[in-house]
Design a protein around this ligand. Structure first.
Ligand SMILES: Nc1ncnc2c1ncn2[C@@H]1O[C@H](COP(=O)(O)OP(=O)(O)OP(=O)(O)O)[C@@H](O)[C@H]1O
Ligand SMILES: [Mg+2]
Length: 227
């Protein structure tokens, strides 16, 4: 299929089973999705419905059993792992429910982590912009254990955004937070989205991002529906 819609990412006929048996039930069945550059996209579904599986396949962290994922028109899921990993490092940012900060590194080092991994320089002005907009400038010398959950997640967002990725994948980014911090984080997503025009693909249980999003994807019984 040609990328006639100028999607930044799309997938065709994605299926997934974790069992090698031919008649094993599928966690994802024939999923087709399109993501526009600079859009916010939300993925909803019950626990165990396949949200993380779908996000990981879209991000190239897991292989689908069938089907393909295309990033900027290139078949990303058929690339060799080393090439896919390079594409991922250069173009994708990740945010997880459990923050995954490095305990022994201070906050500034945590945010700069993608520059070490990808041997890339970072834009110092943009770093300042990020720590200011995320309200973490005064925390840079602390260590993760000295921060609240909401603060740790804001650090994780700065780390995900540092190299100006074209897509940020977030798996339940507010899953460990109270309602006040959830609101702060979702407001920040909207602010960053407006300022940076990044594409966000977010697995969530929260409904308060819906007003600003381009696409709401629901997974039920392995199948996708839109609203
Ligand atoms: N590595 C794996 N091996 C076998 N089964 C798996 C594996 N990972 C996930 N599953 C199964 O696939 C299904 C979908 O899992 P997934 O983690 O995608 O759900 P989810 O919608 O993200 O759930 P939650 O809201 O609880 O995070 C579940 O039934 C899960 O048990
Ligand atoms: Mg999950």
């Amino acid at each position: 299929m040609q990328n006639i819609n100028n999607d930044i990412l799309y997938c065709e006929n994605i299926s997934k089973s974790y069992s090698p048996k031919k008649d094993a039930s599928l966690i994802l069945k024939d999923v087709n999705l399109h993501f526009k550059p600079g859009s916010i996209n939300l993925i909803y579904g019950k626990s165990g419905s396949g949200k993380s599986t779908l996000l990981n396949i879209l991000a190239g962290l897991e292989h689908p059993t069938g089907g393909n994922v295309y990033f900027m028109g290139k078949n990303y899921s058929s690339m060799k792992d080393s090439k896919a990993s390079k594409v991922r490092g250069e173009n994708f940012g990740f945010i997880f429910q459990a923050y995954h900060l490095i305990p022994r590194s201070n906050i500034k080092e945590n945010i700069l982590c993608p520059t070490y991994i990808n041997s890339k320089k970072y834009d110092k002005e943009y770093f300042e912009f990020l720590v200011n907009i995320l309200g973490i400038k005064s925390l840079l010398k602390r260590h993760p254990f000295e921060l609240s959950g909401g603060e740790q997640q804001r650090v994780a967002i700065a780390r995900a955004m540092l190299l100006k990725p074209s897509i940020v994948f977030a798996d339940e980014p507010t899953g460990n937070l109270d309602s006040e911090n959830t609101q702060i984080i979702t407001d920040l997503f909207c602010k960053l989205h407006k300022e940076c025009n990044t594409t966000f693909i977010v697995v969530t249980h929260e409904e308060n991002l819906i007003a600003d999003c381009e696409q709401v994807i629901r997974i039920k019984d392995g199948e996708i529906s839109f609203e």
